[in-house]
Design a protein around this ligand. Sequence first.
Ligand code: NAI
Length: 338
Amino acid sequence: PSNNSQTEGLLGLERGNCRAKGGSTGFKVAILGAAGGIGQPLAMLMKMNPLVCVLHLYDVVNTPGVTADISHMDTGAVVRGFLGQQQLEEALIGMDLVIIPAGVPRKPGMTRDDLFNINAGIVKTLCEGIAKCCPKAIVNLISNPVNSTVPIAAEVFKKAGTFDPKRLLGVTMLDVVRANTFVAEVLGLEPQEVDVPVVGGHAGATILPLLSQVKPPCSFTQKEINYLTDRIQNGGTEVVEAKAGAGSATLSMAYAAVKFADACLRGLRGDAGIVECAYVASHVTELPFFASKVRLGRSGVEEIHPLGPLNEYERVGLEKAKKELAASIQKGISFVNK
Ligand code: NAI
């Protein structure tokens, strides 16, 4: 194993392990795809998170460098690097939380579904490893198309007999982060003061901001609603086009992923009242998966909030979202059972 925690390597595991075990609130977190555009800033931000005591960085390329670099940050988490498929299991053993940003991102002109052929197989392999090595871990799935990769992960876990719907969460936090930012701009408020529920899924029309439920309570003109809905649904494409072939959102995504992972860890710790939007196995609609507000706790998703009252515009959006989501979910399920 490319153990890049040099001190551990040179002086033996004793002290490093003590530190890793110290503090009853420390959690063990693995990032799969840690050397990528999202993975690197995500690894950096997780190394800064005081709730993390051990940070495993796994990728098929470049983890020794990223691990050496990040391990020099003078924060608590012990960082270890794992390179290539043969070290996947070692990377996963004992983890409390596994964050997955592995896979290819979009280029201009591509939809998230265009990534399916490559990313579906990557997610399947990684989830087989999770089922085997840390079946109780909370999984935060970032790899696109999230609308299909979460159903893929669920099928893999079902086949392995380890599926726990409370522990599998598709990360839609970036849609909420964008919605908060754009709505705050329109309202002239600080983004931190704004809370916009975004439900449905994580692609185009399936991204459904509920502008009628924004906190603090406010009202928008129809022109503002059209502008905001369009900008929130196409925020990812805005970045893909601006990057002009060099990838999709990575920095804002790493920020959003850490915000979400931190909420999951605070839930695991037992903090009360942690509520975030996520794409999960759900009975909120007739679809088997749906993004909505969920309450996070010691066992993962402890409660799924209902959608609440929707206005006519949102009801129309919901029907459109469900149609596209149903197909994406089926595509994911069929991939595993083909
Ligand atoms: P990237 O190409 O920069 O990084 C991906 C990393 O995954 C690379 O380091 C690559 O070596 C690694 N990888 C590939 N195959 C792997 C395997 N079998 N096991 C482990 N690692 C593997 O891509 P980027 O920009 O970091 O995006 C990653 C994924 O996140 C993409 O699928 C992208 O569409 C998705 N994404 C999701 C968002 C969301 O809101 N959920 C937002 C932005 C991107």
